[in-house]
Design a protein around this ligand. Structure first.
Ligand code: TEU
Ligand code: CA
Length: 572
């Protein structure tokens, strides 16, 4: 990558406030709880903290349904607490990102209350209202066939004003009408408000959905079993997206702010580059989805799916290459609040191999070119929820709406769904952070019932134990992130070349800058393996910088000959 920038050199730690740390024993994580653990975050060697939505919200979708952008949810704290969090970060040389959720609001936002009150209210145009269509039998139908991301039609009928409104997510999350200039102005004002408070930038929720094709055409029929089809063709990266992003970009540049946009359904390289190419001044980087959708079924994520290591490698190779060649930039992530735990999604590691497998995943990801993101608990090698969990433990609207659609008598479908939830539900990432082996994993006080059950493995997997153990996943992440900075030219600005492309067991790549080259070899199986280094062009290794099993001195004696003996999930 040609251009240097502080946001390329940084790494990010993501916080899900409800489950991070509870300071006042009400069972819900809060901002004072985050402030009390800033040293824990700093010691992970990250540079930036991303705070998931903490604004006032009815919490239908865990804060992604905002009812007031200028105040903080009571359960999390106050605006003053956020100011303290910002200064606590800045005191430690950390930056703070906030979540900007502006494709939609809560239906409890004052704008929407006004908008739905009458057709001639001045806020009517702030949302997307359409008259009904009628089928041949004269039955009322939504304006088009778009499906909501949380099941069912994306249109909700409003009795009072006799029109439908669009909600790409929950019924309680009406989409804003970005065609209407006052909406855009309101978003700009929100950004400036938080930037003026010292916030250092934004993670932008589904930012590529904000411009919809104004003809609102039907989506192509992909799933013949239902009338509701994905309309992403008509609202993902829509006609005016870049105009809107240029406007946001002007504000971001003014404050030298960080920006990462969430962009589902975008696979076209040129379209991605229009958003992130250096000098276009839209956003710094995007979250793409191909690697996290890898285990989804044909008709959605809660259907069984399968994948091969080469699928993952192809994805990385493609994005690494086109970004490098075109002066774009990648956001690197395995996990976030919408995804299951990486160790359970990307490896078959048993508990015996949890430690090495989690370190291997850290190595594979964070030494690529891009800005690495670590999601709370990932630094501990956290796992998915227990297989024994029943449906009553799950809290996420995405999963529960899916469950409601399964007929009560279809026990076979229920059994499959339960298996898939344990593999892919967003709840896997949302259990409380495991701070210690004390009751409630130290997340909240003894005797308190946390808002969501703590994963039963906290006695083994917790921060207190990992901080004490220099061999832990936590310290390994810090080592990787420091190494990335130590060899900044190579790891941040160097090129990427995939080695041993056809292997289903090895993910190996080199990074090169000038005549300096670093090789990264990740062994993806739970067996031992002889890897033919020589036939992949590795004739000599000058120095071993990192190993998931032992100190680099011992390791350097092992990686010498033509064949390398790799242990389960070993990375070097
Ligand atoms: O997610 C957008 C998104 O498209 C998915 O990752 C979504 O979670 C998935 O389709 C559900 O199966 C963002 C946020 O990250 C997510 O937490 C919010 O629920 C969503 O937008 C709505 O704001
Ligand atoms: Ca609390």
């Amino acid at each position: 990558s040609k251009h240097r920038a502080w946001w390329k050199e940084s790494s990010v730690y993501q916080i899900w406030p409800a489950s991070f740390k509870d300071s006042n024993n009400d069972g819900i994580g809060d901002i004072p709880g985050i402030i009390s653990e800033l040293d824990y975050i700093k010691n992970l060697a990250v540079d930036i903290v991303w705070l998931c939505p903490s604004y006032k919200s009815p919490q239908v979708d865990m804060g992604y349904d905002i009812s007031d952008y200028y105040s903080i949810a009571d359960e999390y704290g106050t605006v003053e607490d956020v100011e303290k969090l910002i200064s606590g970060c800045h005191d430690r040389g950390l930056k703070l990102l906030m979540d900007l959720v502006v494709n939609h609001t809560s239906d409890q936002h004052e704008w929407f209350k006004q908008s739905r009150s009458s057709k001639d209210n001045e806020y009517r145009n702030w949302y997307i209202w359409k008259p009904a269509k009628y089928d041949e039998q004269g039955n009322r139908q939504p304006p088009n066939n778009w499906v909501s991301h949380f099941q069912g039609s994306a249109w909700q009928w409003d009795e009072h004003t006799q029109e439908y409104y669009l909600h790409l997510f929950a019924v309680e999350q009406p989409d804003l009408n970005w065609e209407h200039p006052p909406v855009r102005k309101a978003v700009h004002d929100i950004m400036r408000f938080w930037l003026n408070k010292g916030c250092d930038g934004f993670r932008m929720d589904v930012i590529n959905f904000i411009s919809k094709d104004q003809k609102f055409p039907d989506g192509p029929i992909n799933d013949p079993r239902t009338p509701w089809q994905s309309g992403d063709k008509w609202y993902a990266n829509g006609p005016r997206l870049h105009e809107y992003l240029q406007d946001l970009g002007k504000i971001l540049i003014e404050y030298d702010a960080f920006s990462v946009g969430e962009m589902p359904f975008v696979n076209d390289e040129n379209e991605v580059l229009r958003a992130v190419q250096f000098g276009r001044n839209e956003i710094n980087m995007i979250f793409n989805f191909a690697h996290v959708d890898i285990d989804h079924g044909k008709f959605g994520k809660f259907e069984p799916g399968s994948w091969k290591l080469t699928d993952l490698k192809d994805f990385f190779e493609r994005w690494q290459t086109f970004m490098y060649e075109n002066d774009g930039w990648n956001a690197l992530y395995w996990e976030n609040h919408d995804q299951p735990r990486s160790i359970d999604r990307y490896t078959n590691a048993s508990e015996e191999h949890r430690l090495v497998a989690s370190k291997m995943l850290a190595t594979a990801l964070a030494l690529q070119a891009g800005t690495p993101f670590v999601y709370q608990g990932q630094e501990l090698g956290s796992r998915n929820v227990p297989k024994s969990w029943g449906i009553e433990e799950y809290k996420d609207i995405d999963c529960l709406n899916h469950w409601k659609k399964i007929p009560k008598e279809d026990t076979a479908a229920q059994a499959i769904a339960m298996q898939e939830y344990q593999k892919k539900s967003r709840d896997n990432a949302r259990t409380p952070v495991q701070w210690s082996a004390a009751e409630n994993a130290g997340f909240t006080g003894p005797g308190v019932k946390p808002w969501m059950s703590v994963n039963t493995d906290y006695v083994r997997i917790n921060a207190e134990a990992e901080i004490k153990d220099p061999n832990s996943t936590y310290h390994y992440w810090a080592t990787v992130l420091k190494l990335r900075k130590e060899y900044l030219d190579i790891f941040v600005y160097g090129n990427f070349t995939l080695l041993d492309k056809p292997s289903q067991k090895i993910f190996a790549y080199t990074r090169q800058y000038g005549d300096q080259k670093i090789l990264v070899v990740c062994h993806w199986t739970d067996k031992t393996l002889e890897w033919d280094a020589a036939s992949n062009g590795i004739t000599s290794v000058k120095q071993v910088l990192l190993n998931t099993y032992e100190g680099v001195e011992l390791a350097s004696q092992r990686f010498t000959g033509e064949q390398w003996a790799l242990r389960p999930f070993e990375a070097v």
